[in-house]
Every structure is written in C-alpha cells, then in structure tokens.
Design a protein around this ligand. Structure first.
Ligand SMILES: NC(=O)c1ccc[n+]([C@@H]2O[C@H](COP(=O)([O-])OP(=O)(O)OC[C@H]3O[C@@H](n4cnc5c(N)ncnc54)[C@H](OP(=O)(O)O)[C@@H]3O)[C@@H](O)[C@H]2O)c1
Length: 247
C-alpha cells in the first residue's frame, strides 16, 4: 500500500516513522518543500515531494496539518488523487491555534468541516493520541495493555483497511461511527489522549456527553500544558484524571 503524508510536524513525523517501521512505502510533503525534509528522508526512507505530488498514486493519504492550514492547501488538490484513495484526517480544531471557525463552533464536527474544505470524504483516526504515546505505546497484537484508537468514517470498507494498518503499527481500534458522530473522539471527549485499552474505548465511547466537550477541551488543554515535557504515561494519566470520577 502506497502512502502519502501532508504534514511532517510533531505527530506527522511519528506517523511516518511508524509506517516506515511497518514497511509501508511513504512519500511526504510539508509547507517548506522537499529540501527541508532531507534529514527525515535519510532517517526513514520516506520520499520528500511537493504537496501536488504527494496526493498522486497513493492508496492512503494522511492529512496532518493544523486545521487552519486546510484552506491554504492548493485549490482542487484532491482532484489529483485517485478516486479510491482513502483520505485520513488526523487533525483537531483548537480555536486558540486555528482561529475561530464558525461552522465548527455551531456544531459541525472537525472532520465534516475538513471534508467540506477538501471536497472528499475522510476517515478520522490518530487524532486522539499524543505524539509521544504514538511513538512509545505501540504493542504486539494481543498484548494486554495495547492502546486502542477510535476510527470514524462513512465508508465501512475504508475503515476496515485503516484498522488493519493501525494494527500493523501496534494499536487496536474501535469503530466509532460516522463522521457526523465523530465528535465522540474530538478533544474534550473522555476517550481523547487517555490511551484506552480496547475494552475501555468500547465502553467509554458509549458515554461521551457532547454538551461537556467544550468545557473538558479547555481543561484538557490546561492539563496537557502542565505535562507537555513529561513521558507519555504521565500525559495520558493527566487526561484520565479529568474523567476519573465520571467514569
Ligand atoms: N502533536 C500531537 O501530538 C497531535 C496528536 C494528534 C493529532 N494532532 C493534530 O494533528 C495536526 C497536526 O499537528 P502537529 O502537532 O503535527 O502540528 P505541527 O507540529 O505544527 O506540524 C504541522 C505540519 O503541517 C505542515 N503544514 C502546515 N501548513 C501546510 C500547508 N499549507 N501545506 C503543507 N504542509 C503544511 C507543516 O509544514 P512545515 O514543517 O514546513 O512547517 C508541518 O509539517 C493538528 O490538527 C493537531 O491538532 C496532533
């Protein structure tokens, strides 16, 4: 399976490393251009290309840029991708970083907004795990403490393909529903950045209260800032502590 990656920052780089470790061919693009990716290419074997090139002839395309950068992508970019290319949205909306986006503030899910911008359906995954956890928490299939990731999307077959890839990079997954329902895995959810096992994720996805997302998102941002430099377990525990009483 050929993979394209737009965005090679904090989480993008970790995804690239995990995919390369699992043996996937990867090409990658960022805002500064292929020249800036020489070192990462030498370290990982991922091929640096332009944003226009990265969408072409790939089976899966990861979009791993801040939400505010989505409208800055070249107009009609996704028209250059194959119809069957599975587009993955790893992003989250944070108004302090992305500026206020009225449609999301009014209730559109982060990923439904991305779909509108790029003109293609997406599968939402990997948005709910921190980069340190993604780098360090992967485990062999069947491990008792294996972390599980929610996958949302409107195409069951594409979600299955994505679940297989997630398994190959060391994580379990749970189908979290459609893109309209993907608020369940957005920031502020009790499944966000807590590194749940599969059983926990299945249970907690059922109990997400949409009305508390905004408040908990603010609490999560504060909690994260206090443990930004800590190890991944400490970071996950900080998010868990926001919900311990409710769970
Ligand atoms: N960091 C995490 O732990 C984490 C975890 C899960 C989800 N997320 C979400 O994933 C998204 C990316 O987060 P991040 O932390 O990786 O951000 P980041 O470190 O700021 O990296 C952003 C990447 O996007 C690229 N980019 C920005 N505008 C672009 C454009 N117009 N065209 C092409 N590439 C562009 C940047 O290119 P340059 O390198 O050239 O500047 C950079 O490689 C966010 O929505 C975030 O909320 C993050």
């Amino acid at each position: 399976m050929n993979i394209g990656m737009i965005g090679t920052g904090d989480i993008g780089e970790v995804i690239i490393r995990k995919l390369r470790d699992a043996g996937y061919p990867v090409k990658m693009a960022n805002a500064r251009g292929p020249e800036s990716l020489k070192d990462l290419a030498a370290n990982t074997g991922a091929i640096p290309v332009s944003v226009e090139q990265v969408v072409q002839d790939v089976d899966m395309l990861f979009i791993v840029v801040p939400q505010k950068a989505i409208p800055e992508l070249p107009k009609g970019l996704l028209k250059k991708a194959k119809k069957e290319t599975i587009v993955i949205d790893v992003g989250n909306y944070y108004s302090w970083r992305d500026g206020r986006i009225d449609e999301i503030e009014s209730g559109l899910t982060d990923s439904a907004w991305v779909e509108k911008q790029i003109g293609r359906p997406v599968i939402k995954v990997l948005n709910s795990i921190g980069s340190k956890s993604l780098a360090g928490a992967g485990r062999l299939h069947g491990s008792r403490d294996r972390v599980a990731l929610p996958i949302s999307g409107d195409n069951p077959k594409a979600k299955e393909t994505v679940a297989q890839l997630i398994d190959r990079i060391g994580f379990d997954s749970v189908d979290a529903g459609t893109i309209a329902e993907s608020w369940r895995q957005q920031p502020g959810s009790p499944v966000y950045c807590v590194n749940p096992t599969k059983e926990e994720l299945q249970q907690w996805l059922k109990n997400v209260d949409r009305s508390s997302l905004i408040t908990n998102k603010e609490k999560g941002t504060k909690a994260y800032r206090a443990v930004e430099n800590a190890d991944y377990q400490t970071q996950a525990n900080a998010f868990r502590s926001l919900f311990n009483e409710k769970k």
